[in-house]
Write a protein that binds this ligand. Structure first.
Ligand code: ADP
Ligand code: MG
Length: 728
């Protein structure tokens, strides 16, 4: 009997919900572990407080002397709240967060003990950077990088450690993390959008991008998860026969949240409250043991930090509740995978959501301006958006009829389509007074009511307008949102800069009025970006054909998709906006291409190991039982035994057939891996892993899964799908 599997099941069946304590009111603890404005007001001198505020709001530099004041206040606050250590918290390109803890505790030469944390330690640190991915930016003999404080995201306490959000850059200045380009892109969109806002409201002096992510995930009992080496090491099951019952009945989606899970959620949400992560919504998702969590949206940099932090909190809290949280986009074949919708918009310092319709025609013209420019930006850079969400794990999801396809398109709903259709007919050049009135009354003036009516939400679209924001739905559940958000900010910033140039030119050269010029430019954008708009079923085969006709890209795999990151156009875009240099763009491409190959390599090795060490020996053991049985029958029945032993003999052969195919598959796959490893460069390696290695997975899995349903259940060593998904 397979002990680990049955032990795990027994352990799971005996679990009780872990008791949790929650505050009476969540609002009473919100942000208690964050060095937020109120904590700063208490613990900083007036001058220090003003300096941080101005750094946060306008990006001014904090001088060293003031930094000393800030660090002292921050340290006092942190120690009062139970912190003993501090760390620079950053997001290297490994995909998780990194931290190295240092104690506040210092021993002076005199033997005196004190608690120390000065401005220098707050502002800059030099972690040992040699083990983080850098895409060839740093030579190993110069493997130095430093972390620098990002005052726009407040410090917080996690456990007993004060965490200071920082950027992570090479000594030579290149970004080695997700945050640096994101911050630069936020600066770009601020400048570009503020300039455009001035057409409509001179009081606008700052625009921030906002992000509200929705995090999907699976929860599996930790004992069950550890009984599966594939889940443990690759985050997904590489084999496993489908459970007879999966998500067909939708009973999980509409059912109540299981008791153990609910306690996990309450515990995790309490931690989120303390950390100032404004979580709001929780519910079951479509697949068994799949759930979702969504916060109130925030400024994008903070929202990105909060998502990274949340994933960390979830992992830790899950362990306390004897769960393993799976962020992989496709942990189980045959049932839905997980994504992370990124709801994105732009908001002014005057409190206006630029993608929300307004109450006057002028405000709606502003809305249309940002709305149409965003569509145009996506049209011009659809391949870059696809590249920004590409990963080995997300490849399983995109285009698998549960998530948007790998083709990027924009959905806006039928009513806004009508508005754009009318705007497309605006006269070239000067408008007559009648046309202006008509536009005001019947097109621009009508928008608020239309959008309220617009309840049609196409779930199959990767980029959908949902009333007051765009929703990028193709982001993977394990991804850092910074990547797609950097791209979105960048392409819209570039687009807005061009828009402003064109409008200004029409005003200056053609002597058009401001609104006439805007209508004229928008008309052309509507025409030029038409092919990116799609209102139909994004899952259908028909769309793939239609998209090809329209000339839209359909980059199905990561190695192909990533190329857009180093296209001339993308490199120029990032350089022009000072978001990434050519070296930085190329380094990121290199890192991601290498990561892709490594992930497929790990999965290949794992699958080979499991199939040869677990599946084949088990199948042989069962086959031996059958052989024993047949031999016994022969002994009793003599030459007539075949009539009785017929079925057993067939199974014996079937088993041999599957074993042979598995074995051959693994041998061939190993050969393919060798070829991939010896390819001329990382790019070719990644393509070979994708095209030559990965296809063996399906083949090997197919035969393993067949054996799973042939072999005596008692012998099967790997916890089965029905047990992983339904044992609670
Ligand atoms: P769903 O897509 O599941 O139907 P909603 O439409 O309610 O959910 O959107 C949920 C997310 O959209 C939330 O995380 C919310 O904070 C976010 N959101 C709402 N308004 C904005 C905005 N202006 N900017 C960014 N995100 C927003
Ligand atoms: Mg959504």
């Amino acid at each position: 009997m397979s002990t680990l599997r049955f032990q795990a099941i027994k352990e799971t069946l005996n679990r009780q919900p872990i008791p949790v304590t929650e505050p009476e009111r969540r609002s009473s603890i919100f942000g208690k572990h964050v060095f937020n404005k109120s904590a700063m007001r208490h613990h900083l001198t007036k001058q220090a407080y003003k300096s941080v505020m101005s750094a946060m709001e306008t990006g001014t530099k904090i001088d060293r002397e003031i930094a000393d004041h800030i660090s002292t206040g921050m340290k006092d606050w942190a120690i009062q709240n139970g912190a003993t250590h501090y760390t620079h918290w950053f997001q290297p390109l490994t995909g998780s967060t990194a931290e190295k803890h240092d104690a506040f505790f210092e021993l002076e030469m005199s033997g005196e003990v004190m608690e120390k944390f000065d401005g220098g330690q707050l502002v800059q640190q030099e972690p040992d950077a040699s083990s983080f991915p850098n895409g060839g930016i740093r030579n190993t003999f110069e493997a130095r990088g430093y972390t620098a404080w990002d005052p726009t995201s407040p410090a917080f306490i996690m456990g007993t450690t004060l965490c200071i959000p920082t950027v992570f850059v090479a000594y030579t200045g290149e970004a080695l993390d997700f945050k640096t380009p994101l911050l630069r892109s936020l600066q770009s969109i601020d400048q570009a959008a503020t300039a455009v806002c001035k057409y409509f409201d001179k009081n606008v002096s700052k625009v921030v991008a906002t992000l509200g992510w929705e995090q999907e995930y699976f929860l599996i009992d930790s004992a069950l998860a550890s009984s599966r080496p594939d889940l443990d090491l690759s985050g997904r099951t590489l084999l496993g026969h489908a459970s007879a019952k999966g998500q067909q009945l939708d009973d999980h989606y509409f059912g109540s949240i299981p008791a153990r899970v609910l306690n996990f959620m309450r515990d995790m949400e309490t931690e989120c409250m303390l950390l100032g992560i404004p979580v709001k919504t929780r519910h079951n998702e479509v697949a068994p043991n799949q759930f979702e969590l969504a916060p109130i949206f925030e400024e994008a940099n903070l929202a990105v930090d909060h998502n990274s932090l949340l994933m960390d909190v979830m992992r830790k809290t899950a362990a306390r509740h004897h769960f393993k949280v799976l962020f992989h986009e496709k942990p189980f074949a045959g049932i839905n995978g997980s994504g992370k919708h990124n709801n994105w918009s732009l908001s002014t310092n005057t409190g206006v959501n630029l993608l929300g319709p307004g109450s006057t025609p002028m405000k709606n013209l502003q809305f249309l301006t940002f709305f149409i420019n965003t569509i145009k930006a996506v049209h011009d850079h659809e391949e870059l958006i696809r590249a920004s969400i590409a990963s080995a794990s997300n490849d399983h999801r995109l285009g698998a009829n549960e998530a948007p396809p790998a083709i990027i398109s924009v959905f806006i709903g039928s009513q806004l389509t009508e508005v754009l259709d009318q705007l497309e007919k605006v006269t070239d050049g000067k408008l007559t007074p009648e046309e202006k009135t008509d536009l005001k009354l019947n097109v621009v003036g009508k928008i608020p009511e239309v959008i309220l009516d617009n309840t049609d939400r196409n779930r199959t679209s990767p980029f959908a307008f949902t009333g007051n924001k765009f929703e990028l739905r193709a982001v993977g559940s394990i991804a850092n949102c910074a990547n797609p958000m950097t791209v979105l900010n960048a392409i819209v910033a570039k687009q807005l800069i061009e828009f402003k140039k064109e409008v200004d030119a029409l005003i200056k050269d053609k002597k058009l009025k401001k609104d006439e010029a805007i209508f004229n430019v928008l008309r052309e954008y509507i025409k030029k970006s038409k092919k990116i708009r799609f209102e139909g079923d994004g899952y259908g085969e028909a769309w793939a054909k239609e998209a090809a006709k329209r000339g839209l890209s359909n980059n199905k795999t990561t190695p192909t998709a990533l190329k857009a990151k180093i296209s001339k156009k993308s490199i120029a875009l990032f350089e022009e906006l000072n978001i990434m240099s050519k070296i930085e763009s190329e380094a990121r491409y290199e890192i991601e291409i290498e990561e892709y190959a490594m992930r497929i390599q790990i999965e290949g090795r794992l699958l080979g190991d499991i199939a040869r060490n677990h599946v084949i020996p088990t199948a042989i053991r069962y086959q031996n039982t059958l052989i024993e049985n047949v031999r016994g029958l022969k002994e009793i029945y003599g030459k007539d035994f075949k009539k009785i032993a017929h079925e057993q003999m067939e199974i014996i052969e079937e088993i041999s057939d599957h074993i042979a195919k598995i074995n051959k598959g693994i041998t061939d796959m190993t050969e393919a891996r060798k070829k991939a490893n010896n390819a001329k460069d990382a790019v070719e390696t990644a393509h070979l892993y994708c095209d030559e290695v990965k296809p063996f997975f399906e083949e090997i899995r197919y035969h393993c899964d067949k054996l799973e349903i042939l072999v005596d259940d008692e012998l099967w060593p790997l916890t089965k799908y029905r047990e992983l998904l339904f044992t609670r």
